[in-house]
Design a protein around this ligand. Structure first.
Ligand SMILES: C=C(O[C@@H]1C=C(C(=O)O)C=C[C@H]1O)C(=O)O
Length: 248
């Protein structure tokens, strides 16, 4: 029986996928990709056994085992999780919350409440909502769709950077979670494979192209996304999940 695995379909996950695909462990996996909110839905619905899930969904799972020391995180600016608008944040009256996201939706709410201390109406997003950001309506956008948006909107707020200023901590957007405990040997080989992917970024970059000449994948993978789920990120996750449990 193979483990059903679903991972985030964005560029930031390719180094981790590259590692899994270079390894024999892929023979034990039935792999699929989806947007983060769909990864979360499948793990909650038991349609997946292992998923790279937005951490905000962890409190909804009866059992959640973080099986990896690698994650989608950041130690400051992340570049691809931002609030965009024509006007400064303090003039925004409403903000679209990206339907691809689970974590950043909650992070937006936390930062508006605790850090920016600004009250807005939250709007549910759907496909095409980015075109409706404008005037006093802002929008949270995550992932590859953010690439190039900094040229389109006058005001950009990077949520990784805002969280760092607010708490002094790094941040974890998504972690590898299984619903059931997995064997120590499988977990070791899974982690080794992910690490191998990160160790071979120059090769991976031969296979990938950036959607925008102004956006460097090398910089994105090495300076913006931080893949190590270290103690600082675990502390950040605990702090963030307290807010999610209270307000989810
Ligand atoms: C940094 C990112 O983190 C993403 C943000 C997520 C969320 O907000 O729920 C989930 C998965 C991550 O891939 C990004 O994709 O831009």
């Amino acid at each position: 029986m193979k483990h059903r695995l679903v991972a985030v379909s964005y560029l930031n996950t390719k180094p981790l996928l590259y590692g899994l695909l270079r390894s024999n462990i892929q023979e034990e996996l039935e792999m699929d990709l989806a947007i983060p909110s769909e990864c979360a839905r499948r793990l909650v619905a038991e349609e997946a056994d292992i998923a790279l899930v937005p951490v905000a969904v962890i409190p909804e799972l009866p059992e959640a085992h973080i099986i990896s020391d690698y994650c989608i995180g950041t130690t400051g600016k992340v570049a691809t999780v931002c609030i965009y608008g024509d006007v400064p944040l303090r003039e925004m009256t409403s903000i679209y919350l990206d339907h691809h996201s689970r974590t950043s939706v909650m992070l937006t709410r936390l930062l508006l409440e605790e850090y920016w201390r600004h009250d807005v109406q939250f709007l549910d997003a759907e496909e095409g909502y980015i075109d409706r950001i404008g005037g006093t309506v802002g929008g949270l956008v995550i992932g590859d769709r953010t690439i190039g948006l900094d040229r389109r909107f006058a005001h950009v707020y990077d949520l990784g950077e805002a969280w760092k200023t607010h708490t002094g901590l790094p941040f974890v957007f998504a972690a590898w979670v299984s619903r059931k405990p997995l064997g120590a040997d499988f977990i070791r080989r899974f982690n080794d494979a992910l690490g191998e992917g990160l160790a071979h970024l120059p090769e991976l970059q031969l296979l990938l192209s950036s959607p925008d000449p102004a956006f460097s994948l090398t910089e994105y993978f090495t300076h913006y996304i931080d893949y190590d789920l270290d103690d600082g990120k675990r502390a950040a996750m605990a702090r963030f999940l307290q807010f999610v449990k209270k307000n989810g």
